[in-house]
Design a protein. Structure first.
Lengths: 249, 302, 227
């Protein structure tokens, strides 16, 4: 009986295709999250009315924020989800090592991010469309597909990049959680403690700095570079953290 | 050709030592049974071989690679046990298709025939199967993958007697048709001893015995004779187990009699009877304490 | 409070997704997952295209508000009686009315709101030249002037009556793309949350004979130029 000498790239390719079939639950939850996002998108419209004398104005203010925020939350959870024990054990029922499992999971997350990010950009259209069917006039800032295709493309790219960033953050957090049970309580504690520490560290606010690092960038190209570098670092950390994990214990 | 090599392998979980400086090697194309009492680390050995877990110290070679994180080992071996799980999104049919993509030697017709024979439903999901059905399904994957190193860890858990017998028969036939290295562990040595060529007996955190089944059997012999004959005989001999049936006694002792002694025993009217591998295994792992019978019947062994 | 509820809600959703798999006979088939996903994507694309089509016809037909500078100039011109400098497109009507020695200015209703400017001529020709300037209404950054209801004053031989304008009710919705996604687009990232309302009813400019005696209802606010 001859021995096969598998190539990493072949195994990763097989696993990626496998994960497209095996991880479809990820897309079910994406649908649920975005639909909730769209429904809440209507619910959270800030509005009001002002009236004085002979004039009454009723206005409501809709944004595409909620589907995008929900998509980012989804991405973070999915990043954690694919690192969990069940998913890891599944992978090792077929040909796999930790590196190939990590790479294929990561590629899957990036693939899912592209889909989710694009859909999140489009989700606003549903809100726009349904509002426009109501009798009120609707004023939309046009970043439409036809009216400004460049803007539309930029928005989609931004959405995809942010989604990928959140998925990677979930992935690295999940990897740490899998490494040790103590990470989760520590993490939860950190979430509550870090904001308290900020009060004492003037100007050295880590969270604010990291938000500014991405949020204040004005060049899409530099932003892309920042995201790629960050994702690569997060991915490298994840691989480093999980390279000794035992499976199917 | 050596497929598996363990050299001074130690595995600890925290302070608990599971394997202590274990050394053995398994040749290519041998069907080896991994035998041991509950919790001696049979599964640990198998998981280390498959590269699922890592030894604390020592050198392990599978296909001359370190198995942990080795793609070569993963591609050429399969470990079938109760932790074998598949995504709940895949139907049994899907899983067979996926296995076909991953394992180059996959025998799709065999998988399909076994699948039909054990009457699985294509659209069922592995997670929803009963324990016995799940074991059967996993075993089909293990068989059909035709991996150069196929490892079954307690593959018959939950299977009923008929299915168990079918499985062992299928395993033997497939092994003869496609000779490869197979490791098989079971609680029931008596069920598989006819199947096995070699036995790796794990006891006291190490490999107590490794060799052909017949060698294990020949380590012991059963003496049968009248009660009074046996009791005079046993005065200065190690007894591993004993049994009294009416006026006859049967004792299990080490088979280290010289031809002269054997002749003498015959003249005394004591019969020498070969023991089963299972009895030999029990004798080897329980020592001279006399086993559970001794607890109730302390008369023979003082 | 609502923030806390939404946090709990989000945590619940995440927990639901992250919990281990359960035995379940009602799993969504992987084929159906992709069918659902494709349907959803198709709906979104259709919605995106449909919005574009609606967009070109009605959505943005509402004119954007003119610059503040322009409005200020108009207001100043009205206040100073500088009718000549006012663009003819903002003038609603112009007419001439004969009048005797006295003019009675009446008000009907409480909320007249019209700007009334009275300017005296240098002669007594027995004629009043009335110029009515269109009202304007700005809501946020949109111009709703043409939707603002107004009532032009009514004349008799010796009086003018200002009427309360009918009630105007305006309902509108604005939509902005997600804040995060506008980071690199040309549209301003500054959220225009202001629903600042700037409203002016019709302005009535009366050029009256030099010695006309005017008696006015006290509910009217009249701006006399050169007095």
């Amino acid at each position: 009986m001859y021995l096969t000498e598998p190539l990493l790239t072949d195994v990763v390719k097989k696993q990626f295709l496998h994960k497209l079939k095996a991880y479809t639950g990820v897309f079910n939850s994406l649908l649920v999250m975005q639909l909730i996002g769209i429904i809440l998108g209507f619910g959270t419209s800030s509005g009001g009315s002002s009236s004085g004398g002979t004039l009454t104005v009723n206005y409501s203010f809709l944004t595409g924020d909620v589907p995008v925020i929900f998509t980012l939350l989804w991405a973070f959870s999915m990043g954690i989800l694919v690192t969990t024990l069940a998913y890891r054990n599944d992978a090792f029922s077929f040909v796999s090592n930790r590196l190939s499992h990590n790479i294929s999971s990561f590629l899957f997350l990036l693939f899912a991010s592209v889909i989710a990010g694009t859909l999140a950009t489009l989700a606003g259209s549903i809100i726009k469309l349904i509002s426009s069917f109501q009798s009120d006039p609707l004023f939309a800032e046009t970043s439409g597909l036809f009216s400004s295709p460049a803007d539309f493309f930029i928005m989609t790219s931004t959405s995809v990049l942010y989604t990928a960033l959140f998925a990677s953050m979930g992935y690295v957090v999940g990897s740490f959680i899998q490494r040790s049970k103590f990470v989760l309580p520590l993490l939860i504690a950190a979430i509550f403690v870090i904001p308290l520490l900020q009060l004492n560290m003037r100007g050295q606010d880590l969270i604010a700095n990291s938000v500014a690092f991405f949020g204040t960038e004005t060049s899409l190209l530099l932003f892309l570079l920042k995201i790629i570098v960050t994702i690569s670092i997060l991915f490298a950390i994840s691989i480093g953290v999980t390279t000794k994990t035992e499976v199917r214990k | 050709m050596t497929v598996i090599e363990f050299n001074d392998v130690t595995k600890t979980y925290g302070k608990r030592i599971v394997l202590n400086k274990m050394t053995f090697s398994i040749r290519h194309g041998v069907l080896t049974g991994i035998i041991g009492r509950n919790g001696v680390g049979k599964s640990t050995v198998m998981k280390i071989i498959a590269g699922h877990i890592q030894a604390t110290s020592g050198d392990i070679r599978v296909f001359s690679d370190k198995p942990f994180n080795s793609l070569k080992v993963s591609a050429n071996s399969i470990l079938v046990d109760d932790t074998m799980s598949f995504s709940d999104k895949l139907t049994l049919k899907d899983i067979l298709k996926e296995a076909d993509r991953f394992y180059p030697n996959w025998d799709a017709p065999l998988a399909q025939r076994l699948f039909d024979y054990f009457s699985f439903h294509s659209d069922a999901r592995q997670i929803d199967l009963s324990k016995g059905k799940k074991s059967t399904f996993n075993a089909i994957i293990g068989l059909a993958s035709h991996c150069p190193l196929t490892i079954f860890d307690e593959p018959t858990t939950g299977m009923d007697t008929v299915v168990r017998k079918d499985f062992y028969r299928a395993l033997l036939k497939d092994y003869i048709a496609h000779p490869r290295t197979i490791l098989l562990s079971s609680h029931h040595l008596e069920e598989i001893e006819d199947l096995l060529e070699n036995i790796l007996l794990i006891h006291n955190k190490t490999a107590l015995f490794h060799g052909p089944v017949t060698d294990l059997q020949e380590m012991f012999v059963s003496l049968i004779g009248k009660n009074e004959l046996i009791s005079t005989f046993i005065a200065d001999i190690e007894i591993f187990s004993s049994q009294i049936n009416g006026s006859f006694s049967e004792i299990l002792v080490k088979n280290n009699f010289t031809p002269d002694e054997i002749k003498q025993l015959h003249t005394q009217g004591i019969q020498l009877v070969p023991v089963s591998a299972d009895d030999a295994y029990v004798a080897l792992t329980t020592g001279t304490k006399g086993g559970i019978d001794h607890v109730f019947n302390g008369t023979l062994v003082n | 409070m609502s923030g806390l509820i939404s946090l709990i809600f989000i945590a619940l959703i995440m927990w639901y997704f992250l919990q281990g798999r359960k035995k379940s006979t009602r799993q969504i088939n992987k084929k159906w997952t992709y069918v659902f996903l494709a349907t959803y994507a198709a709906l979104l694309i259709i919605a995106t295209v449909a919005v574009e089509l609606v967009d070109t016809t009605s959505l943005n037909s509402q004119p954007k508000a003119e610059s503040n500078e322009h409005l200020n100039r108009l207001t100043t011109a009205i206040q100073n009686g500088d009718i000549g400098s006012i663009d003819s497109s903002t003038i609603l009507s112009k007419k001439t009315q004969t009048i005797g020695k006295t003019l009675r200015m009446n008000a009907q209703g409480n909320d007249i709101n019209s700007t009334i400017i009275v300017e005296r001529k240098s002669e007594n020709d027995g004629l009043i030249e009335e110029t009515i300037i269109k009202p304007h209404l700005l809501l946020g950054e949109y111009d709703f002037s043409d939707q603002l209801n107004y009532e032009i004053p009514e004349w008799t031989a010796y009086s003018i009556t200002f009427l309360e304008p009918p009630l105007t009710e305006i309902t509108y919705t604005t939509y902005q793309e997600a804040y995060l996604l506008r980071q690199f687009t040309r549209t301003s990232r500054q959220r225009n949350n202001s629903h600042h309302t700037s409203e002016r009813q019709i302005a009535v400019h009366l050029l009256v004979p030099k010695d006309l005696i005017i008696t006015a209802d006290e509910r009217l606010y009249i701006n006399y130029i050169n007095e």
